[in-house]
Design a protein around this ligand. Structure first.
Ligand code: MD3
Ligand code: FE
Length: 194
């Protein structure tokens, strides 16, 4: 379910919260098990954070770059995720992990499934800020056809139930600077990982 503009009222509180997270755990380019450096830069907040390196994908309690726990999930983040999930029919969503993705012009995310979480019954909530993106929503096989969904500043998407394991990705971002965020797109995805 796409909730157009659902995050807009939260933006004034989200921006300083993102700045705080970045101070403790900066965005960084991680390497996939296949040896590719991701064009999207990542960081996390919450009890668990998603990471990748040559050894594989996993959730960790500690930021491997700093040796410290991931920053605490700001209250405004949790509230936004919980209220968006409820709006989509998922009551009592209590995410323990939030992955933040930063896209610069040209950054893309290849088709993939999110399957490193323990709880596939719970939804994933995704918040888009800054430059627009074309999201690719596919099927249950990588080769299935995809539909394109434009995502704008303030849009929130809730994915759950039968769609939780669909392949998805993001087309290379075009440079059309955003009034508030400039030439970047920040997406955060909330999950129940444990
Ligand atoms: C669709 N992020 O972090 S939104 C990711 O815009 C990720 O940065 C994208 O895919 C982004 O893993 C897409 C989030 C999203 C997350 C999980 C999904 C979309 C999904 C699970 C099933 C279908
Ligand atoms: Fe994903």
């Amino acid at each position: 379910m796409v909730l157009r503009g659902f995050a807009l009222p939260y933006v004034p509180d989200l921006m300083p919260a993102i700045a705080g997270i970045e101070t403790t755990s900066p965005f960084r380019h991680m390497v996939t098990p296949g040896g590719f450096t991701m064009s999207v830069a990542l960081t996390n907040c919450g009890a668990l954070g998603w990471t990748t390196d040559r050894r594989g994908y996993r959730y960790t309690t500690v930021d491997p770059d700093t040796g410290k726990p991931w920053p605490v999930m700001p209250e405004v983040f949790f509230r936004l995720a919980n209220e968006a999930a409820a709006e989509a029919g998922f009551d009592d969503f209590e995410p323990d992990a939030c992955l933040l993705n930063r896209y610069l012009p040209g950054s893309r995310l290849a088709l993939h499934q999110d399957k490193n979480e323990q709880a596939y019954e719970t939804p994933i909530v995704s918040v888009s800020l800054g430059m627009r993106a074309t999201f690719l929503f596919g099927g249950h096989a990588r080769t299935a056809p995809t539909i394109k969904v434009p995502l704008h500043h303030g849009d929130v998407v809730v994915w759950g139930g039968a769609d939780r394991l669909r392949y998805h990705g993001v087309m290379p971002i075009k440079d059309a600077p955003h009034a508030l965020l400039g030439s970047q797109r920040i997406n955060f995805t909330f999950r129940k990982a444990a």
